[in-house]
Ligand binder design. Sequence first.
Ligand code: SAH
Length: 281
Amino acid sequence: MDTRLPSTDWPELEKGWVWLCGAGPGDPGLLTLHALNALRQADVVIYDALVQEAILDWAPQAEHIYAGKRGGKPSAKQRDISLRLVDLAKEGKRVLRLKGGDPFVFGRGGEEAQTLVQHGIPVRIIPGISAGIGGLAYAGIPVTHRDVNQSVTFVTGHDQTGNATQSLDWKAIAKGSQVIVIYMGMKHIAQISTSLINAGRPLSEPVAVVTSATTVEQQVIETTLGTIEADINKAGLEPPAIICVGKAVRMRDVLNWQAQAQGIEPVNLDPLGRGRPAESA
Ligand code: SAH
C-alpha cells in the first residue's frame, strides 16, 4: 500500500505541543490522514486501552506509553495522565495523545485539553470516528435513517464513579429519542433496559450489541429490550460494546455488508416494512 499523504500542506507537530487525536474505533483504516501525519512525527505516543496496538506500528520512531485502564494492566489516573502530557510537552517532546474513537466523545479529551491549556501547552485536536457511529456502521446499522429517526441520542451507561449515570432522565430519553446509542452500557444494562421499558419503550424494541466493533473480534447480536441482558450473557459478550436501541437496528437485515462480503444474501430487503423499494422515496 502506498501510504504517502496526498500533497498538501500537512501541519507540523512541533516540539512542546500536544496533539489530542482520535484513533477511530479499531480498524486502522479508519484513522484520519491527520492522525497518520501525527503518528509519523511524534516523539512519544500516549495511548488508551481502546487503541489497537497495530496503529502504533505507524509510529515506529516514537516511544509508546500505555495509559489505559483495561486488560489487567495497572490503571492510570486521569489526573496523572493529564500531568504526564504536560511534563512531556515541557520537556520539549512532540507529544501525540491517541484516544479510541473521537477524543471529545465520552473520551475525557475535553478535560485533558483543558489541563494542557491551563499549563500553557499548545494543543491541536484531531477528531476521530466515534464507535457509536462507525462501529454501528460496521455492523450494518445506520445511526440515522429517514424512515426511522430524525434524532439520535448518545448516552453513557456509567458516570465518573462507575455507577449507573444518575444525571440521565431516562423518561425523557425514552420519549424523545427514536434511536439511543449507549456507550459503556454493559455493566448496567439490566438497569438501563428496565428504565427504558418503565418509561414506555416496548419489550420488543429492537436492540443490537456490537462488541469490539471494526476489529477482527467484532461480534454482533440482535435482541430486544426485554431480552438483552439474558442474550448478552448467553452470547458471553465482553466490553467494549456499543448498544443501539431502536428501529434502525432492523436495517441490519439488508445492510449487514460484512456478511454479504462473505457471500451471505441479505435476509430482508424491506426491513422497515415500507412496502416499496427504497429508491421510490
Ligand atoms: N471516545 C470513544 C469512546 C470512549 S468511551 C469513541 O468516540 O468511540 C469507551 C466506550 O466506547 C466503550 O465502553 C464502548 O462503549 C465504546 N467503544 C469504543 N470502541 C469500541 C469498539 N471498538 N467497539 C464497541 N464499543 C466501543
